[in-house]
Ligand binder design. Structure first.
Ligand code: ADP
Ligand code: MG
Length: 690
């Protein structure tokens, strides 16, 4: 607040908008990109496709135009070669006093084509004498918010604040890594890195600064995760499942409905090995939709039963829990195994009967929703818990499970959202990973097609053929939260439209705004075959199993992310028949969207899709990371591009912890201190396990 050009008002905005309260915070607010400020363009050279550019010229006059929300301030800016329009939608009153008519400015902004004229909205203007050293050449650009801009905290203002801080900090900044890491990884010092990340002396030094800071960030993240893992392994002994007995063998010989795939066998072996050692298992099982995870879950539970323990399966929704319950009860029929279902809508009386039986161990397999981890549910001797479709289930909830027993049960988390290796390493550094990379035999891959909405009538003819053959059809509409009303209207219109197109068939509708019970009823109509077409939002994304459904139509497919499209597609192709997935879009699409859709039509491989998704969208958006409980918030490293740095950071941190698990050696003191500081600050949004 005491720096020149800041003051209490701007300081408050910095705090509330970007959580900057100290010089240190400000120095760690890094540019999100760099631009070349050595070049000044002439107005004649400009077109509407340019990135940020600089011009040199004068404002000749201002004018306020438009009304209501369209009200704006315009100005004409000219140099010797021509003139261009400038536009402001905010600060309409103040701007003419700040940027004077007739004075020469260096303008910085992005030209945009507006109709067929080019203008520049909210440019930054500065007289040439105000430029400070280091500002010509490669220059950092800082993210700013609307509220920051309203108090003139734009990118250049932040840059000036940072320049002042660095000017004030004459001595070098304290190093935050030890000599070993610095020399092993050939890093420049923290001081040099911070100065060059803001004011690069050369492109070479900018690269070195970026490398140093990314590596450091990922190094500490890995150090943290690996330490937590080691700690847990040491602290948490696990139950020993020493044998495979009658439940498993009888099931295998008498009830197993089909030969296991090799991938299923491998994963069961991995689980068997884990649960045999006396170490508590924490395993993530990734397997594409339809890869047969349920069977793996059941086989693992049977091993628990053979050793006198109970097993549980937790699903994210009641529908899924119920489906699991029915599937598993059917699978273990005749083996003398007690299976029960417990969800939020289990009646009080029923609960009263169940709870004591769970406690005394009479119920051997309990299936349910989050109701399972409520405090009122006490297990006699829970040995293994399976968590299905984990992306609705965070680290905090997992921790709750560990605390339920004196000895924690083994945990197997199953997910159909394939997580790219780099990301998995970061997010689930504390979990071992198993992968089912093979679908059961005889599955025909879903055929995926991209169709323009204008051609939908031809599409309906083909869909009718499928219906005539007795198949069922999903039609999915996007639902984006901010505009839920409009989209719900879309959905309802879609519902009405569908009924008109297919008057001879029954249609049901499901969306997220319905009460769970209502939703259940509608879903059930489709599951039982009472209705042939289901119009829905993405609520059907997870888990529903209707093998008879062979067509998935996705409306406005351009509005879905890749992983989501893949999840939706996984709802069909579950029976033996050829299934289809139709991506409907309008004709005009961005390049990025076209790319997304073509990936969908080209591959059915969830891992390829997840990698592409990560590349196209960045890890923050990836389905699963947000809800996973690890809201890590990296300042500079980018998980989609910095996979190699991440692996290296992991190797470095592992080597250090292998040698000195508690970071007690003098040469590691600096690491211990920094790790503690980062944890306290929650600088990276790290989770802590108590
Ligand atoms: P997901 O991994 O998506 O949970 P499921 O466990 O629901 O997949 O299995 C999908 C379908 O595949 C089920 O109908 C199941 O009975 C069947 N299935 C599972 N394993 C095999 C196998 N080894 N061979 C043939 N079909 C299998
Ligand atoms: Mg499943």
């Amino acid at each position: 607040m005491y720096l020149q050009g800041v003051g209490p008002k701007k300081a408050a905005v910095l705090r509330s908008e970007i959580e900057v309260v100290s010089w240190e915070d400000m120095l760690y607010y890094f540019p999100y990109k760099y631009i070349d400020r050595s070049k000044i363009f002439t107005i004649r050279e400009i077109d509407g496709n340019m990135p940020y550019i600089q011009l040199k010229g004068k404002i000749s006059h201002y004018e306020v135009v438009g009304e209501g929300s369209g009200r704006r301030l315009t100005a004409s800016f000219h140099d010797a070669t021509g003139s261009i329009e400038l536009v402001w939608f905010r600060l309409i009153k103040q701007i003419p006093d700040i940027y004077k008519v007739g004075k020469e400015y260096i303008l910085f902004g992005k030209p945009t084509l507006f109709g067929h004229r080019i203008n520049i909205a909210h440019p930054e203007l500065e007289t040439e004498d105000k430029f400070f050293e280091g500002e010509v050449g490669v220059q950092g650009q800082y993210n700013t918010t609307e509220k920051m801009k309203n108090v003139f905290l734009h990118s250049r203002a932040l840059q000036k604040i940072i320049a002042q801080i660095l000017e004030n900090v004459k001595t070098s900044l304290d190093e935050t890594l030890n000599d070993e890491v610095i020399s092993k990884a050939y890093l420049i010092s923290l001081d040099e890195a911070i100065r060059n990340i803001h004011f690069p002396k050369s492109p070479e030094l900018l690269r070195k600064a970026q490398y140093r800071l990314k590596l450091e960030e990922l190094f500490y993240l890995q150090l943290h995760i690996l330490q937590v893992t080691k700690y847990r392994e040491k602290r948490l002994g696990g139950f020993v499942f020493s044998k495979v007995g009658d439940y498993f063998n009888n099931f295998y010989q008498k009830n197993l409905p089909f030969e296991l795939t090799n991938a299923q066998k491998r994963v069961v072996r991995e689980i068997r090995q884990d649960t045999y050692t006396g170490r508590q298992m924490n395993r993530l099982l990734q397997g594409d939709v339809g890869s047969g995870k349920t069977l793996v879950a059941l086989l693992s539970i049977l091993i628990a039963l053979d050793n006198g323990f109970q097993g549980a399966i937790m699903a994210p929704t009641e529908i899924l829990a119920t489906q699991h319950y029915e599937t598993i009860r059917e699978l273990v029929r005749g083996l003398g195994i007690e299976v029960a279902l417990l969800t939020g809508s289990t009646k009080k009386k029923e609960r009263g009967i169940l709870l004591p039986k769970i406690k005394n161990g009479e119920i051997q397999i309990l299936i349910g929703t989050h109701a399972l981890i409520e405090n009122t549910v006490e297990f006699g001797n829970l040995g293994l818990i399976i968590v299905d479709e984990q992306h609705r289930f965070g680290v905090a909830q997992r921790a709750k499970l560990w605390k339920k027993n004196a000895v924690s049960p083994h945990v197997l988390v199953m997910t159909a959202t394939p997580i790219p290796r780099t990301l998995a390493m970061t997010v689930y550094g504390d979990l071992d990973i198993s992968i089912i990379d093979e679908l059961p035999p005889g599955r025909k891959p879903v055929k995926t097609m991209h169709v323009y909405s204008a051609k939908r009538n031809n599409l309906y003819d083909s869909v009718r053929k499928q219906l005539q053959e007795g198949r069922q059809v999903y039609i999915v509409y996007p639902l984006i939260e901010e505009s839920e009303k409009i989209d719900l209207k879309n959905l309802q219109e879609g519902f009405a439209h569908t009924k008109e197109i297919f008057p001879e068939y029954k249609v049901c509708m499901v969306h997220g705004k319905m009460k769970p019970a209502e939703k259940e009823v509608e879903m059930q109509k489709f599951v039982s075959g009472e209705t042939q077409i289901m119009v829905a939002t993405t609520v059907i994304e997870v888990g529903v199993n209707v093998p008879n459904a062979s067509v998935m139509i996705i409306e406005n497919a351009e509005r879905f992310g890749l992983s989501q499209l893949h999840q939706l597609r996984g709802r069909v192709g579950r029976g033996a028949d050829q299934s289809f997935c139709i991506l409907l879009t309008k004709y005009e699409l961005s390049e990025n969207t076209r790319k997304r859709l073509s990936i969908m039509t080209e591959t059915n491989d969830g891992f390829v899709i997840a990698e592409e998704d990560l590349k196209l969208r960045g890890p923050g958006d990836l389905d699963g990371t947000q809800q996973s409980g690890v809201a890590f918030n990296l300042k500079i490293a980018n998980l989609s591009h910095d996979g190699q740095i991440l692996s290296y950071a992991r190797d470095l941190s592992r080597a250090i912890l292998d040698d000195d698990p508690m970071l007690e050696k003098p040469q590691n003191a600096i690491l211990k201190q920094q790790l503690k500081k980062l944890n306290n600050q929650h600088q990276m949004g790290w989770f802590m396990i108590s």
